[in-house]
Design a protein around this ligand. Structure first.
Ligand SMILES: N[C@@H](CCC(=O)N[C@@H](CS)C(=O)NCC(=O)O)C(=O)O
Length: 242
């Protein structure tokens, strides 16, 4: 039995991606809960494997040449796991380019834009007295995520999965679509996206991943965004170079 891969994790969309991939690929893993609301991401031990000070990161004791390897950035992690197992990341160059396009699309587009939207809708109003300033940011990023949902919806009109067969391109975007539907961004307006969200959400490996993530957080206070306390906000917002 292979030694488990350490997953440095918090229950956020970027954290879920990696656990979903590990479950889908049948790789043994151990979750190491990083409490980003308490500042665990700034410790030298964590930054030795994740110099950007962000989850997720992994350490595979059985890396290339049988030596350990650490990896940060969720896109790099999923590509590595796909190459390691030969699963959900086609070896054929044309098929792989298609998957890579959508992996990068998520990494540079959907994830960051949805993250900014979340910030301007849920957190900025706590800091800015003038609500017009927060409304500008909330509208800007809601519009951009709406546009991106439209792009993904169009792509999914042509097939059941994002880039050919079910792949890391699905695993990387799904956590950013799951649970993200509200009056300003109704998923019902995107029927192919909605059907895909349900299709992927029904996969046993995806359900196991979400459950594993939930269990890993049971002993911690840091929870859903709305419940984030003052101390956690001070740690997470307005970070500058250290
Ligand atoms: N591009 C990175 C983004 C990682 C990221 O933003 N992680 C967040 C949680 S979703 C984090 O660790 N935040 C800690 C902080 O803001 O200090 C990836 O995909 O791995």
């Amino acid at each position: 039995m292979a030694a488990p891969i350490d997953v440095h994790y918090a229950p956020t969309p970027n954290g879920h991606k990696v656990v979903i991939a590990l479950e889908e690929m049948g790789l043994p893993y151990k979750i190491i809960r990083v409490n980003i609301g308490a500042g665990d991401q700034f410790t030298p031990q964590f930054q030795a494997i994740s110099p950007n000070g962000r989850i997720p990161a992994i350490v595979d004791p059985d890396g290339p040449g049988g030596e350990p390897i650490s990896i940060f950035e969720s896109g790099a992690i999923l590509q590595y796991l796909g190459r390691k197992t030969g699963l959900f990341y086609p070896a054929d160059e044309r098929a792989r380019v298609k998957v890579d396009e959508w992996v990068f699309w998520q990494m540079a587009g959907l994830g960051p834009m949805a993250g900014q939207r979340n910030h301007f809708r849920n957190y900025a109003p706590m800091f800015l007295a003038d609500q017009r300033q927060t409304a500008y940011g909330a509208n800007r990023y809601t519009n951009e995520v709406h546009r991106l949902y439209g792009v993904l919806n169009r792509q999914l009109a042509g097939g059941e999965y994002v880039a050919g067969d079910y792949s890391i391109a699905d695993m990387i975007s799904w956590p950013w679509v799951q649970g993200r539907s509200d009056a300003a961004l109704e998923i019902e307006a995107f029927p192919h996206l909605k059907a895909w969200k349900d299709r992927v959400g029904e996969r046993p490996a995806v359900q196991r991943a979400l459950e594993a993530g939930k269990k890993s957080s049971e002993d911690l206070q840091l929870q859903a965004a709305g419940a984030m306390g003052e101390a956690a906000r001070k740690i997470l917002f307005n970070q500058r170079a250290r």
